[in-house]
Design a protein around this ligand. Structure first.
Ligand code: SF4
Length: 462
């Protein structure tokens, strides 16, 4: 799923030279950061909320099997069905069987990274079912034949000009790129029909409350509410880490999620879904299914050093502040999860071998850890993955080891260190080949001073 044919370093290179991408990213991400900072500054108890969320997540993840059993029992008692999928294939097969039984040919989907992860759209298309993404950003990238480039804002890499072009090509509509309202209205008209025709609605889930069996979906467009209530069947697909113990915990997580994701005090729609429609209720689906994905998470759960990655509530705040993500966007990453959280989830779910350099694509500045609403220590987890990758494939790091050995040797001998820095000063400006040449391609080489620090120190001392 989401296989990338080009090597990671080439995709980075392409992204850095993509003028449209750079324009789109530099326009939206600073706004995300600014509004988040503003609303967070209005919360005197922000740090306390983060600490409490971290404690709840830690306790839940430590006892995950028990909470999943409790969730399943509560949903089943309310007339819903729960399927635990060990693999993406098992999850897709279950959804496919529901489609067949209901003879559904159209499915409306609200935004879900879990279904991106298992490649559900491809699976459904191969079976002759039409999956229609109803979140505006997801709808745009589906029309464009792309994958999301951000957990929260899937079409963040596109400008309004790109979207106007796309609508012209795919919907035969002549749109003014400045008329964003008009483009939204057009998408809305197209999608309205699909809601009414669909036999099944598929959503993700932001949280699943173990005690009550309630699925919570947070959104801003109302499309998730329509997807989950208009079609006769609702299937929610979520990673097993989305469970939280009790309804009262939502008071903490909903405050953190909206502010971290979009800088809102509260998202426009928060839906609480507890099983299918019951007798006497005017709306809601006849059937409700929850598909809980393991798909590699069980492996992370068994790893005491790394299981903290499962605390993630997919707010996207770490992507917004990451200096790497902000330059290369989401499509350069090897899998659906991009940015700092992608760098710790992808190697663990897919294996370190798939993209061994991924944990190294970080400056370790710590901005991700500072904004994370559940206090995941992302830089520390990245360092642990780097250590594991180095141990797993020492041959890939031979040159690096040699350089550090030479450095350690020189640092213990002042004459060697002085000689080395003199050689560096002389050669620094002129070398533009080999590793130095590659380094210089994307960075400014600092102007070489006339005197070294030691020479300057001596001169001033005298
Ligand atoms: S790691 Fe933290 S900041 Fe990043 S998406 Fe997950 S919860 Fe949000």
């Amino acid at each position: 799923m989401h296989a990338q044919s080009q090597p990671f370093d080439q995709r980075i290179d392409v992204a850095l030279h993509d003028v449209g991408l750079q324009r789109a990213m530099s326009g939206t991400l600073p706004q995300f950061i600014a509004v988040r900072s503003r609303v967070v500054a209005q919360m005197p108890d922000w740090e306390e909320l983060r600490t409490r969320a971290n404690a709840i997540k830690r306790e839940t993840i430590e006892n995950l099997p028990r909470y999943l059993d409790q969730l399943e029992a509560a949903i089943t008692a309310r007339g819903g069905k729960v399927f635990r999928a060990a693999t993406p294939e098992a999850a897709n097969k279950y959804v496919g069987e529901v489609m067949d039984r209901r003879q559904a040919k159209i499915v409306v989907k609200s935004k879900s990274m879990a279904t991106e992860e298992i490649g559900l759209n491809h699976y459904l298309e191969a079976r002759g079912v039409e999956p229609v993404e109803t979140d505006l950003g997801e709808y745009i990238i589906q029309l464009a034949g792309q994958t999301p480039s951000h957990i929260v804002a899937p079409a963040i890499h596109m400008t309004r000009f790109d979207v106007a072009e796309l609508f012209k090509e795919k919907l035969a509509a002549e749109m003014d790129p400045n008329d964003i309202t008009g483009m939204t209205a057009l998408a809305r008209r197209v999608l309205r029909e699909k809601f009414l025709e669909a036999g099944v609605g598929i959503s993700g889930a932001n949280f699943a409350v173990a005690e009550s069996g309630t699925i919570v979906i947070v959104e801003n467009e109302g499309n998730a509410r329509l997807s989950t209530s208009v079609p006769p069947v609702h299937i929610a697909v979520m990673g097993m880490e989305k469970v939280i113990p009790k309804p009262a915990d939502l008071a903490i997580f909903l405050k953190l999620l909206a502010r971290s994701a979009t800088g809102q005090k509260m998202s426009s729609y928060v839906s609480f879904i507890t099983g299918p429609r019951r007798d006497g209720e005017p709306d809601g689906p006849e059937e409700f299914h929850l598909v809980i994905l393991d798909c590699g998470r069980g492996k992370i759960l068994k790893d005491p050093l790394m299981r903290e990655a499962l605390y993630c509530i997919r707010c996207g705040a770490c992507l917004n502040v990451c200096p790497v993500y902000r330059k290369i966007g989401g499509h350069a990453y090897p899998w659906v999860y991009s940015g700092p959280i992608g760098k710790i989830l992808s190697p663990q779910i897919q294996g370190l071998d798939v993209e061994p350099t991924l944990p190294f694509a970080s400056s370790l500045c710590g901005a991700c850890r500072d904004v994370c609403p559940v206090k995941i220590r992302i830089p520390e987890l990245l360092l642990e993955l780097r250590k594991r990758e180095t141990e797993q494939a020492p041959q890939r790091h031979k040159l690096e080891k040699l350089i550090f050995r030479a450095w350690a040797w020189a640092m213990q001998r002042p004459w060697a260190y002085s000689l080395g820095s003199l050689a560096g000063r002389v050669a620094g400006d002129s070398i533009s080949f080999g590793p130095v040449g590659i380094w210089k391609k994307t960075r400014e080489w600092p102007a070489t001073p006339a005197r070294s620090f030691r020479e300057e120190w001596e001169r001033r001392r005298k």
